[in-house]
Design a protein around this ligand. Structure first.
Ligand code: CP
Ligand code: NVA
Length: 331
């Protein structure tokens, strides 16, 4: 399938588009979709989640390759299961022991893959690698996590909140922990969809300045309030509290330093109580998983009825199915 959009010359962040067709388009960051696109993806995801039967053959005759440089449970299984359920073929290519670009150039990877398959889902160490792959392949490329972004996760997260709260109007979301890939994409998604978001990180672990700038621009358009703090006390009165691991894949050598820097940022029952002040039914707890129980989140929080972590995990498949259906022009 040929891409509809023009080939990019650089890996610089691109501004959100107001209107777009998602057919044949890469998904390297949420900024490649408009807020209207995201709402449309949610509507398709809800429809396909309710009844997948009409879509059972939608991806028939298509092959998607999953190129993963890092481990995965949710992303791999939800893409493989989703693609199979829609009648397509998914091929997993394990790249854990060899980084993309080592055996042959990323450019040649793109130029070969576009001759055989219809879509690539890539989990990579560096965002620049997936950008380079996209620049050199005429087929759509989906970011299944990089050092900078995890856009499929953020789609599932906001969709889960939307589903649980019956909409996103007036919601206040707090993210506490590392200003990492998950935080970046969540900032994009919340800002696009008008959800107020407070980002609480230790000093030195704030989100990247360029992603903050992009998100503030998106928030200015949607009317969302995006706030940043190093003080865990500002978690008070948020409808949902989100955290992620303190040590992401590829950061094992910083584990000791990170554990001490984040010690005051764990999601404990007492932190959830503060967050729940003034929130009817209490704040929801969110995590992309995998979680390190007893480290960034306590068992009592992740196992509470207000935790929606497994809804988020399930919804990975439904939003990705919607993404693929729109990408292949079958929504
Ligand atoms: N949330 C997420 O991406 O999980 P995996 O790393 O298991 O794919
Ligand atoms: N921030 C984590 C997310 C895992 C889904 C990582 O990159 O390892």
């Amino acid at each position: 399938m040929a891409k509809k959009k023009a080939t990019r010359k650089s890996a610089k962040p691109r501004p959100a588009r107001k209107r777009s067709t998602m057919v044949g388009a890469d998904f390297l960051s949420l900024t490649q979709r408009s807020p209207a696109d995201v709402v449309s993806l949610f509507q398709t995801a809800a429809k396909v989640k309710r009844n997948i039967r009409p879509y059972r053959r939608a991806l028939e005759g298509t092959t998607t390759v999953l190129l993963f440089e890092k481990s995965s449970l949710r992303t791999r299984i939800t893409f493989e299961t989703g693609i199979n359920a829609l009648g397509g073929t998914a091929l997993y290519m394990d790249h854990a022991n060899q980084r993309l670009g080592e055996r042959e150039s990323v450019r040649d990877y793109g130029k070969n893959l576009e001759r055989w398959v219809d879509c690539v889902v890539a989990r990579v160490y560096r965002q620049s690698v997936i950008e380079e792959l996209a620049d050199n392949a005429s087929i759509p490329i989906i970011n299944a996590l990089s050092d900078r972004f995890h856009p499929c996760q953020a789609l599932a997260d906001l969709f889960s909140l939307w589903e649980r709260a019956g909409g996103l109007d007036g919601l206040r979301l707090a993210y506490i922990g590392d200003g990492n890939n998950v935080c970046h994409s969540l900032m994009h998604a919340a800002s696009m969809l008008g959800v107020d978001m407070t980002v609480i990180t230790p000093a030195g672990y704030s989100p990247a300045p360029d992603v903050v700038e992009e998100s503030l621009a998106l928030a200015a358009e949607s009317g969302a309030v995006l706030a940043f703090s190093h003080d865990p006390a500002v978690i008070e009165s948020h409808h949902a509290v989100y955290t992620d691991v303190w040590v992401s894949m590829g950061q094992a050598d910083e584990a000791g330093k990170r554990r001490s820097a984040f010690a005051d940022y764990a999601v404990t029952p007492s932190l959830m109580q503060t967050a729940s002040r003034g929130i009817k039914g209490g704040s929801l707890f969110m995590h992309c998983l995998p979680a390190l129980r007893g480290v960034e989140v306590m068992d009592e929080v992740i196992d509470a009825p207000t935790s929606i972590v497994y809804d988020q995990a399930e919804n990975r498949m439904h939003v990705q199915n919607a993404l693929l259906l729109h990408m292949f022009g079958k929504a």
